[in-house]
Ligand binder design. Structure first.
Ligand code: ADP
Ligand code: MG
Length: 255
């Protein structure tokens, strides 16, 4: 299982993700408004907020899927968008799980998982397949290695997608509403896998409205509205004592 190895010899921790005064516009739309946020190694940060508030854009900036126009964004000690940063290399350190599972439809579960380790990490095939089977077992799909995505339920496909990310042994995992496309009965099987990943020490940023997940493993909940971080705090504090009218109104709708 991938582990973050960001602990410094002195026992102090480095920061894995740091937004400093980050701004982004789509045309005249100001989608990220002066975002300052840092994520420590092994920290799990849940990002919530109304639709259109900039949550997806925020996490897509981390692996350069979107570019920022002002401010600084440093990920794993590399400045995102700096010509000196090898973004392809940085992306291999970052797993990204989307709402739509995005598996390769013509490849089996095991092939989906081994593709990047074999072709990007240059892991020998036999080793990649051994690791892949272990990861499938870990996400509760040990017997599904030969199944194609169309033969799997949405929850099973999403678990394969998570295993596929883990196969690259990333330092960071980003999740963008990973359970929003799932039937209700499949949500918990995916959240349980995410909890297990968190408990093994992965650094995670998770866009989700699953507040049970936030309570179980998040150190911090960040509430966004209209491109700004409006509130940020420990889950218990945020849920029981939201500080702003906007976060109260939001929680009133989802809880
Ligand atoms: P959320 O994930 O919180 O729903 P997004 O980050 O997807 O919010 O979007 C924030 C705002 O940016 C929304 O108003 C959305 O319509 C707009 N937006 C997102 N992507 C693009 C794009 N590629 N071009 C133009 N506007 C976009
Ligand atoms: Mg979104």
């Amino acid at each position: 299982m991938a582990r973050c190895s960001c602990e410094l010899p002195s026992g102090r921790f480095s920061v894995v993700i740091e937004f400093q005064g980050v701004n982004k516009w789509f045309g005249s739309l100001h989608v990220l408004n002066d975002i300052t946020l840092s994520v420590q190694p092994r920290e799990v940060v849940v990002v919530c907020g109304p639709s259109g508030s900039g949550k997806s854009t925020l996490i897509r900036c981390i692996n350069g899927l979107e570019q920022i126009q002002k401010g600084d964004l440093v990920v794993d000690e590399k400045r995102v968008g700096d010509p000196a940063t090898n973004m392809t290399l940085l992306r291999t350190e970052i797993g990204f799980v989307f709402q739509s599972f995005n598996l390769y439809p013509h490849k089996t579960a095991l092939e989906n998982i081994t593709l990047a380790p074999i072709h990007v990490r240059k892991t020998p095939r036999a080793q990649a397949e051994k690791d892949g089977r272990e990861l499938l077992a870990k996400v509760g799909l040990g017997d599904k290695f030969n199944a194609y995505p169309s033969q799997l339920s949405g929850g099973q496909q999403q678990r394969v997608a998570i295993a596929r990310c883990l196969a690259m042994r990333p330092k960071i995992m980003l999740f963008d509403e990973p359970t929003s496309a799932l039937d209700p009965e499949m949500i918990s099987e995916v959240l349980d896998v995410m909890v297990a990943v968190a408990e093994e020490g992965m650094t995670m940023m998770v866009v989700t409205h699953e507040m049970g997940f936030a309570r179980r493993v998040a150190q911090r909940v960040v509430f966004m509205d209209q491109g700004s971080i409006v509130e940020s705090g420990a889950p218990e504090e945020f849920f029981s004592n939201p500080k702003t009218e906007r976060s109260k109104a939001f929680l009133g709708k989802i809880l």
